[in-house]
Design a protein around this ligand. Structure first.
Ligand SMILES: [Zn+2]
Length: 460
């Protein structure tokens, strides 16, 4: 990792390579620890990362990769879950003939009758149903973990998708709120929903099923048919069912990619919305998020400014309008001007009061630094969002301090002024210098500050 990388990326690296790797083995062989324990470990990690102070970023946020606005920070729960899948991989590995494995496979076969065990790991049961599957044992622990990875709730399925659903241990096919399973029918080959239909999409009768699967227990057959949801039966009716072998078994992915998809699931939806939001607001297509978040992670050695920046981009910062909806404000109007609705963009850019502050500050900056920077909404909000508009680290940082300053003014109910801003910039400089000295990073500090300090007269 290069030297200019900021402190907490290094800490993150440390957590992953040392602390987490020490936990890999015990976590994969022991029973999944209780939720409280997981929270405790996660909390310890958090405190280490944020130096004892609680972060205002949510966990779902910080565990995302950099390009999604996160810090690529380890999520203990997803990590433990993904580690468990290595056992399922071993169970299904045909080459592996270890005793424990044969024991487990036998247990599954004896209890559920499945002709092969990959069927068992393709059953679609959710976590609350998983505990009824084995009771307390190694397999029980595995089922519970696996359900959190594998379970898919599909709101509306096509006839084809319904037909391919495994009828047993399926959280959508319940009797008295418990997924049904019939050991003898499964052992004789009734596995999929399609198996209870004939090739013209007509539901087979009890007698037909009884003959086909050599099953004399009519009640068992009736219970099976009755448990399949009505909308599914309707969807399947009259559809030509393809007879043949279903090969929808995906091989169990590596624990690393399972971890990745668990993390994604936590946040994907939000990020797409966020991406659309910013594209709409700043009017650029194809925002390079990785670049933006990498820049943010480097702007300051001080966590509070980085933390603010991450939250700002993720819009975890409340606008005056949002504060009104949360009943923290009496009015929908922005406190600076008391004229317009205080939405996010108005709070940080559109308001004439903010525009005056930005214009004055940029006038001062351009004059003192002998530059001719023009701020548009895109550069102001997202920094050098495209590679051909790269700015130096101090300028990137400066724009973020402006926004942070406006943020502080909002909270202190003060109108932002250049005079006050200069005072704040001076304080930040002193803080960064003190921190850099402590961390032996004075070179890095000087590279960023030496020229601006002189030009902007920050020491005066
Ligand atoms: Zn306004």
């Amino acid at each position: 990792m290069e030297k200019t990388q900021i402190d907490f990326l290094w800490k993150n690296h440390f957590l992953k390579s040392l602390a987490l790797s020490k936990l890999v083995y015990p976590l994969s062989i022991l029973k999944t620890p209780p939720e409280e324990f997981i929270i405790l470990v996660q909390d310890k990690f958090d405190r280490f990362l944020w130096e004892g102070k609680r972060s205002k970023m949510t966990l779902a946020n910080v565990v995302q990769p950099l390009e999604k606005g996160g810090l690529n920070y380890p999520c203990i729960k997803s990590f433990i879950l993904s580690q468990k899948t290595a056992w399922i991989k071993r169970l299904l590995d045909e080459e592996n003939n270890a005793k424990w494995k044969l024991f487990c496979l036998n247990k599954i076969k004896r209890k559920y009758g499945f002709p092969n065990c990959s069927i068992f790991f393709n059953c679609n049961y959710k976590y609350n149903h998983a505990s009824s599957i084995f009771g307390s044992s190694f397999l029980d622990d595995l089922c519970k973990s696996w359900s959190q990875i594998n379970y898919k709730e599909i709101p509306r399925m096509t006839a084809d998708e319904i037909g391919k659903q495994i009828i047993w241990l399926n959280s959508s096919i319940c009797s008295k709120n418990i997924p049904i399973v019939s050991r003898s029918l499964a052992a004789k080959g009734l596995i999929y929903v399609k198996d209870i239909f004939n090739e013209y999409g007509v539901l087979k009768s009890c007698v037909e099923l009884s003959v086909e699967f050599r099953e004399s227990n009519f009640l068992e057959i009736l219970r099976t048919i009755k448990s399949v949801p009505k909308p599914w039966l309707n969807e399947m009716r009259g559809i030509n069912i393809q007879v043949g072998i279903i090969d929808n078994f995906v091989s169990i992915p590596k624990s690393k990619s399972i971890y990745k998809s668990l993390i994604q699931r936590k946040y994907d939806y939000n990020f797409n919305l966020l991406n659309e939001y910013w594209i709409r607001k700043v009017n650029v297509a194809g925002i390079d998020w990785k670049l933006i978040f990498k820049l943010i992670s480097k702007i300051s050695i001080i966590n509070k400014i980085k933390d603010f920046s991450f939250r700002f981009i993720n819009r975890i910062i409340y606008s005056d309008l949002k504060l009104y909806f949360c009943k923290h404000r009496q009015s929908t109007l922005f406190s600076f001007c008391s004229k317009d609705i205080g939405d996010f963009i108005h709070n940080y850019w559109n308001c004439p009061v903010v525009q005056t502050f930005i214009a004055t500050t940029m006038g001062w900056y351009n004059g003192a630094m002998h530059t001719d920077l023009k701020l548009d909404i895109g550069i102001y909000f997202l920094g050098s969002y495209s590679t051909n508009r790269r700015l130096d680290i101090f300028t990137e940082f400066f724009y973020w301090v402006m926004k942070w300053f406006i943020h502080c003014c909002r909270h202190g109910s003060k109108i932002p002024t250049l005079h006050h801003f200069k005072v704040v910039l001076k304080i930040i400089h002193e803080d960064e210098k003190a921190f850099a000295l402590k961390k032996d990073k004075l070179d890095q500090h000087n590279r960023k500050w030496l020229i601006p300090v002189r030009q902007l007269g920050i020491l005066d």
